[in-house]
Write a protein that binds this ligand. Structure first.
Ligand code: CTP
Length: 416
């Protein structure tokens, strides 16, 4: 079971499904959207019903599935008995996935000869289209022309994946997987959020300091809180979200630009490069404080002598937040800076001192000795300190919920 997603919770989504073999993937999409809290009304074209049944969608959404223009709603729950008007009226977004070349062309030109195309024409909510078709059809001049028309009208057209088609051919035109589709839908639903138009930079993960070509020193940070912050900033409508990441194996949030880094020095360089016009910098990364003084160019070998072991001389890394503080005094950017403090003792006292020393607007402190908070786990327990002496204690929450609270506070500071 997937967790609820705040941005999707209680949102009315119309999911239009058209006649592509990828229609089976739309069942998973409908299921995951429902689990995230959305109310999903599925509309299927005749061709879609050749691939999957309405019952499949009804089973995962727990709601009626609409297949015909002439079908009236019997539940009485809609503002009108005419399905295409009633459904379209209250919807937050209309998603067509998969969308065939035929439906795409109809919608681009205002043709309205079945329930889905009539609804698309009548609806006033934003439209998200995920084309899925053979590479030849997707790459054809007329489809490209139709996509340009739709984009010009503000429709979000999700770029299909490349890969192998049911025909055996390889090319571009495959329906992206569910997490990618949901990422795009979130982008559309969040576009007028509290960070609309803003440039946000987030760092994540534990830096890796090389000892030799195969070994490094690192820490237990997974990067999950940083990735959740990037997603929350996207959900809040940020224009650009740059995720400077030392984390590995985490899926990039749709819409974020990921800048991979290894060491503290590389992270400093990336932060300076990406923050000259940033509205906010959130330093969620666990930056190494020490790095090997010399990096061996070849793998360090052991000798036959069993007592042999090298001594590692360490040196200090740059404090990124202190460098940023200095630059902000000169340029005014980033406009808002958020630091994080992982403490194992005297949490509030150490955190308050860090907020002041590093010139932060907000400091998010967590006690890493708690087993349900901090490193590696999916939950966190934090206190947010501000420059007015305020401290907000959040109870045990998912890292996504913690991220939303922090992003809410950032938006508030930016408004001032
Ligand atoms: N940080 C940084 N550059 C470093 C080390 C830390 O910018 N070289 C940032 C972290 O990303 C975090 C904040 O500073 O936002 C506090 O990190 P933390 O490790 O808690 O503090 P330190 O400054 O390392 O202090 P100490 O190790 O003494 O607790």
């Amino acid at each position: 079971m997937q967790d609820k997603i705040t941005l999707l919770d209680n949102k009315r989504i119309i999911l239009g499904v058209t006649g592509s073999i990828a229609a089976y993937k739309a069942v998973d999409l409908a299921s995951k959207l429902t689990q995230a809290g959305a109310l999903v009304d599925v509309m299927m074209t005749d061709a879609a019903q050749q691939f999957v049944t309405p019952l499949a969608f009804q089973s995962v959404t727990g709601r009626a599935v609409y297949t015909s223009m002439w079908q009236t709603d019997s539940s009485g729950g809609l503002p009108t008995h005419i399905a295409h008007i009633g459904l379209g009226e209250g919807a937050d977004v209309l998603v067509i996935a998969p969308c065939t070349a035929n439906t795409l062309a109809k919608i681009a030109h205002g043709l309205a000869d079945d329930l889905l195309s009539v609804t698309a024409l009548a609806a006033r909510c934003p439209l998200v289209i995920a084309p899925a078709m053979d590479g030849g059809m997707y790459g054809s001049e007329v489809t490209e022309f139709n996509i340009r028309i739709l984009k010009g009208r503000g429709v979000m057209v999700i770029e299909p994946d490349e890969g192998r088609f049911a025909s055996g051919l390889v090319g571009k035109g495959r329906l992206p997987e569910t997490p990618a589709l949901i990422g795009h839908i979130r982008r559309m639903l969040g576009r007028d959020g509290a960070l609309r138009g803003k440039n946000i930079v987030v760092t994540a993960g534990g830096t890796r300091e090389a000892i030799d070509p195969v070994r490094y020193i690192s820490n237990r940070s997974s990067g999950k809180q940083g990735y959740a912050l990037a997603q929350a900033a996207l959900d809040a409508g940020a224009k650009n979200v740059t995720l400077i990441s030392a984390a590995q194996h985490l899926p990039a949030p749709v819409g974020a630009t990921v800048v991979p880094v290894n060491s503290a020095a590389e992270m400093l360089y990336a932060v300076l490069e990406h923050t000259p016009n940033a509205d906010a910098l959130l330093m969620a990364a666990a930056v190494a404080d020490f790095t090997p003084e010399h990096v061996a160019t070849q793998k360090i070998k052991k000798k036959d002598d069993s007592s042999d072991a090298p001594t590692l001389a360490l040196t200090r890394t740059p404090d990124i937040l202190l460098v940023v503080k200095k630059r902000r005094e000169d340029t005014g950017f980033p406009r808002v800076v958020v630091g994080f403090a992982a403490e194992s003792e005297d949490l509030l006292h150490n955190a308050r001192a860090k907020l002041e020393r590093k010139g932060l607007d907000l400091l998010v402190a967590n006690d890493i000795t708690a087993s349900d908070a901090g490193f590696e786990v999916d939950t966190n327990r934090v206190v947010i300190l501000d420059t007015n002496g305020g401290q907000e204690t959040l109870g045990l929450l998912s890292k996504a919920a913690v991220a939303e609270a922090i992003i809410g506070r950032v938006a508030e500071v930016l408004r001032r």
